[in-house]
Design a protein around this ligand. Structure first.
Ligand SMILES: C[S@@+](CC[C@H](N)C(=O)[O-])C[C@H]1O[C@@H](n2cnc3c(N)ncnc32)[C@H](O)[C@@H]1O
Length: 262
């Protein structure tokens, strides 16, 4: 089933995140998230689930020398990597913490962002309440999360394609539909939601798509979980490798604002 086209061994998690940030898709949606944050010099900005700190430098530029950037992640290795990366940046600090119970005081931040974090957490609504707690009145959070229910991968056998995408939504990502659900969940947590921006990359280069989707590894796991037969998995990958290839998935950028008390 292995083709040399596909990456058979999963890259290190931090390498994966930096690599994705450097793709056209990564640059484009992260740039749009930054614009939507409308950061002003002197502000305090949180990157919640900051990973290895890929985005902390750009946030630090936006707040300038008078502002403050705080990265938070619950994974010690991510906190260490982000801390090392930003060691020279005086305005940036990185803390170990869980987004459900942030180690931050009430109303201490002007802006916050989550980038593909809420798709993984145990309780996204609790996380949203927690984000609201740490934002100042009128503060803003920008969340970039995919809706894996929108994943489509072209294949002549539509049933095969559906079996593969069903495996991804059922078994790979904990909150697979979070992108589409976020505007409703944010409103439930007391935010105003002025803007929802869908971003749908059209992936036509199978190797670029493989860097994001891990096509062969995911197929092998779908086979092991009984979503595909051995024959179907072989037919699936053989066609993807021979092209032409086309896959899409929609990311949602959701802008939510903490409403001033009336
Ligand atoms: C897909 S990575 C994204 C990292 C980074 N935001 C980026 O765009 O490169 C998800 C990150 O969220 C962190 N994370 C997941 N659940 C978390 C939680 N409950 N509290 C804090 N961080 C969490 C993970 O450790 C990981 O670093």
């Amino acid at each position: 089933m292995t083709s040399t086209l596909f990456e058979s061994v999963a890259p290190d998690a931090h390498v994966y995140l930096d690599r994705l940030a450097a793709t056209d898709l990564g640059r484009s949606y992260k740039g749009r998230m930054l614009n939507a944050l409308e950061i002003r010099p002197g502000q305090t900005v949180l990157d919640l689930g900051c990973g290895p700190g890929t985005d902390l430098g750009r946030l630090a530029e936006a707040v300038t020398a008078t502002g403050r950037v705080i990265g938070v992640d619950h994974d010690q290795a991510a906190v260490d990597a982000a801390g090392e990366r930003t060691a020279e940046q005086r305005t940036v600090t990185v803390q170990l913490g869980d987004i459900h119970d942030l180690p931050l005081s009430d109303r201490m931040a002007d802006r916050a962002r989550t980038d593909r974090v809420l798709q993984h957490v145990a309780d996204p609504v609790r996380a949203l309440y927690e984000i609201r707690r740490v934002l100042r009145s009128g503060g803003r959070v920008v969340m970039g999360e995919p809706d894996w229910g929108t994943l489509t991968v072209d294949h002549p056998d539509g049933d095969l394609s559906r079996a593969y995408t069903r495996y991804v939504t059922d078994r790979v990502i904990r909150n697979a539909r979070i992108g589409m659900q976020l505007p409703r969940l944010a409103a439930e947590a007391g935010f105003a939601v002025p803007t929802v921006i869908p971003v749908t990359p059209v992936l036509r280069d199978v190797q670029e798509a493989d860097k994001i989707l891990g096509l062969e590894r995911t197929t092998q796991r779908a086979l092991a979980a009984g979503y595909l037969t051995e024959e179907a998995a072989h037919r699936w990958l053989e066609h993807l490798a021979s092209g032409p290839f086309l896959a899409t998935v929609t990311f949602y950028i959701v802008v939510a604002e903490s409403q001033p008390a009336t």
